[in-house]
Design a binder for this molecule. Structure first.
Ligand code: S3P
Length: 450
């Protein structure tokens, strides 16, 4: 379900205590990249633990449309027989990326330097999101895009027949833009250089190296300078997708605010470009520990243990941490509602152009449930209610945004009168087992018959 089906209204009632083990699904960012890079390698890439959420399934379908053989074996095991860098075929129909900004932006990058033409679209949420941030740098390679006003989808991209390499300073902190440029650089001769002023998630750089591309990263006064040598022969890989810290955030935060809870969330990657939420929660006084801290595939991994934390305090979340927790602000605002004092979140303009305007979506729904929120264009402040708790009792709009829907359902598990969302359908894009997983821990979730 990515906004194409009937709405699924859902209510979370005061729940708990939440107890047990929460095995969250595979990482969404790494799942998309595994399929796309697998499609650009010659030979068979094997993937285990792939997130089988709608966003990633839409990317799998797109890779088939560009000529790769993508096979599902069950239980998160997939294989991809890739066509090689520059080997994409022209799709016979429109590519529908559903709800996924990551999917459409990375795929546009991957095809932009091949002599093929493709038309992209998505659901009502994706069709509102800005694509100029990707098509502008892709034009420097020689690709041409024609979309709706403001570069919105549906959009047709004509790949460059004779691409040139690019040096590009990413103007917004966005791993999707950085990744689109790097993927386009794969089929340009010579060196493509991408500079980001703020470090964003670095999965593309790491995985490109893993697939055998020549990539160097240097920290300079200008920012992080990533240099890719074009036209490599990517070698197929065996990839075990780690579990998603952005999905782990939901059972972790639920345990912190639901009385008496004690939840273990095993095998979560703590790549520093993704782990900002957990650091923030610990600064707020959360009883959140990293057990069995170890290294896997060159990345820190731990089992997260979260216990009910009645004494949390609001904090100033450093703006420079924003990129490492950009998807976690909605659920952080829920935890902040239960803390004592204000939580101020500056430097988050990007939240306005996610699957929804996440500051507005959360502010409206939190206020309806009894929480005071102030906001500006690139900041917001949640006034925590501390021991008074959150009244709840209202219906919040999910706005075709999985993280907004999950955040309000977690709010409802700890609020006095529960909380409803108008549509829990979008949750399937990133966390298809959210409902049974949270129910097994002790959450009370009810589907409301429409
Ligand atoms: C992602 C990057 C982030 C994030 C998204 C996944 C990625 O988006 O919000 O969920 O996999 O590269 P931006 O690049 O727009 O910040």
């Amino acid at each position: 379900m990515s906004g194409h089906g009937q709405p699924i209204p859902m209510t979370a009632r005061a729940s708990g205590p939440l107890k047990g083990v929460a095995e969250v699904p595979g990482d969404k960012s790494i799942s998309h990249r595994s399929l796309i890079l697998g499609a650009l390698a010659v030979g068979e890439t094997r993937i285990s633990g792939l997130l089988e959420g709608q966003d990633v399934l839409d990317t799998a379908k797109a890779m088939r449309a560009f000529g790769a053989e993508v096979i599902e074996h069950g239980g998160g095991d997939w294989t991809v027989h890739g066509v090689g860098v520059g080997g994409f075929a022209e799709p016979g129909d429109v590519i529908d990326c559903g709800n996924s900004g990551t999917g459409v932006r990375l795929i546009m990058g991957a095809m932009a330097t091949s002599p093929v033409t493709a038309t992209f679209t998505g659901d009502a949420s994706l069709r509102k999101r800005p694509m100029g941030r990707v098509t502008d740098p892709l034009a420097l390679f020689g690709a041409q895009a024609v979309g709706r006003a403001g570069g919105r989808l549906p959009l047709t991209l004509v790949g460059a027949a004779d691409p040139v390499p690019v040096r590009y300073v990413v103007p917004v902190p966005s791993a999707q833009v950085k990744s689109a440029v790097l993927l386009a650089g794969l089929n340009a001769p010579g060196q493509t250089v991408v500079i980001e002023r703020e470090a964003t998630r670095d999965h593309t750089e790491r995985m490109l190296s893993g697939f055998g591309a020549e990539v160097s990263v240097e920290d300079t006064d200008e920012g992080r300078v990533i240099t890719l040598t074009g036209r490599p022969e990517l070698r197929p890989q065996t990839i075990a997708v780690p579990r998603d810290p952005s999905s782990a955030a939901f059972p972790v935060c639920a345990a912190l605010i639901v009385e008496g809870s004690d939840v273990l969330v095993p095998n979560i990657g703590l790549n520093p470009t993704r782990a900002g939420l957990f650091e923030t929660l610990r600064e707020m006084g959360a009883d959140l520990t990293y057990e069995n801290l170890r290294e896997e595939g060159g990345e820190p991994v731990a089992d997260l243990r979260a216990r009910f934390s009645p004494g949390m305090r609001g904090i100033e979340v450093p703006a420079e941490r924003a990129a490492s927790m950009i998807d976690e602000y909605p659920i952080l605002s829920v935890v902040a509602s239960f803390a004592e004092g204000r939580t101020h979140m500056p430097g988050v303009r990007e939240l306005r152009v996610k699957e929804s305007d996440r500051i507005d979506a959360m502010a409206v729904g939190l206020r309806a449930n009894g929480v005071t929120v102030d906001e500006g264009e690139d900041w917001w402040t949640v006034h925590g209610r501390g021991p008074g708790g959150v009244p709840g009792g209202a219906v919040a709009e999910a706005r075709l945004d999985h993280r907004i829907a999950m955040s309000f359902l977690i709010l409802g598990m700890a609020a006095q009168s529960g909380v409803s969302v108008d549509d829990a359908g979008p949750i399937a894009t990133s966390f298809p087992v959210f409902e049974p997983l949270m129910t097994r821990l002790g959450a009370v979730l009810e589907r409301v018959d429409g």
